[in-house]
Design a protein around this ligand. Structure first.
Ligand code: OAD
Ligand code: ZN
Length: 245
């Protein structure tokens, strides 16, 4: 199917990065101190205690800085680069690992066809809470013990990570492009997501409604499993390199 599909949309979640050492949100090891992500990744949490939220994000940044893409990211990058324009990768992850795999796999080619649509933003960027100016941040410099609140060089407002928090709207252009890809696809490959967080979780439904097939790669069953044409149970870092031609 991966060989014959005309258009492929890939939806990834935290599970695709688990073998890189990035903790998932739900399940074992998805905790930070005694907080749940739902308590920290919100505009209310940032308004109440921006230092605490920054501490959490600096911890996550320093962690991501020490991680590398795994064979699952690399296989997806190869899939997308093999025929530019055929495969669209949509990720809920903010870790930038798809980008890094794309650059590595592209070598002298253009890596862009393997760059994902990041519907939940990117942890390696800061965004001003006042003027919305966006800037790259140095992940490796993030000190998890630092609870200071960085400020915008332009307007002095507090900076925040350029990610989507619970209760916030997604960038309409991003999610629009993701839905367009799901509509055009005859195959939706869903990798390492609990398929619980909307609207991303509805992308496979869009492909299915248009007559396309859904193939899932996950360690466990999800709400999507009963609807999947095929469910491949196991770690994406070993399954994806085996199924990507
Ligand atoms: P979750 O943590 O909810 O789910 C991770 C999924 O990956 C689970 O279904 C696991 O079974 C599966 N999994 C874990 N390790 C795996 C492996 N090695 N190979 C294959 N599958 C594996 O993460 P997401 O579904 O990505 O949103 O969560 C969705 C969103 O919820 C996140 O983007 C984030 C969070 O709140 C925002 O921050 C807006
Ligand atoms: Zn500003």
């Amino acid at each position: 199917m991966l060989r014959d599909a005309e258009r492929i949309v890939v939806l990834t979640g935290a599970g695709v990065s688990a073998e890189s050492g990035v903790p998932t949100f739900r399940g074992d090891g998805g905790l930070w101190k005694s907080y749940r992500p739902e308590e920290l990744a919100t505009p209310e949490a940032f308004a109440r205690d921006p230092g605490l939220v920054w501490e959490w994000y600096r911890w996550r940044r320093s962690l991501v800085a020490r991680c590398a893409p795994n064979p699952g990211h690399h296989a997806l990058a190869r899939l997308a680069l093999a025929q530019p324009g055929r495969t669209t990768i949509v990720t809920q992850n903010v870790d930038g690992l798809h980008h890094r795999a794309a650059r590595a796999e592209a070598r002298e080619r253009d890596p862009k066809p393997a760059f994902p649509i990041e519907v939940h933003g990117a942890i390696h960027r800061d965004r001003c809470s006042g003027c919305s100016h966006v800037e790259d941040a140095d992940l490796a410099a993030a000190d998890p013990a630092d609870s200071g609140i960085p400020r915008c060089a332009r307007c002095g407002s507090p900076l925040r990570p350029d990610v989507v928090w619970f209760g916030e709207a997604l960038d309409p252009a991003m999610i629009g492009a993701a839905f367009a890809a799901a509509e055009e696809a005859d195959l939706c490959l869903v990798v390492g997501t609990s398929a619980l967080v909307y609207p991303a979780a509805s992308l496979p439904d869009v492909t299915r409604a248009r007559g396309g097939r859904v193939v899932e790669v996950n360690l466990d069953s999800t709400p999507l499993t009963p609807y999947a044409w095929k469910s491949l149970k196991g770690p994406s870092g070993s399954i994806l390199p085996r199924i990507v031609p």
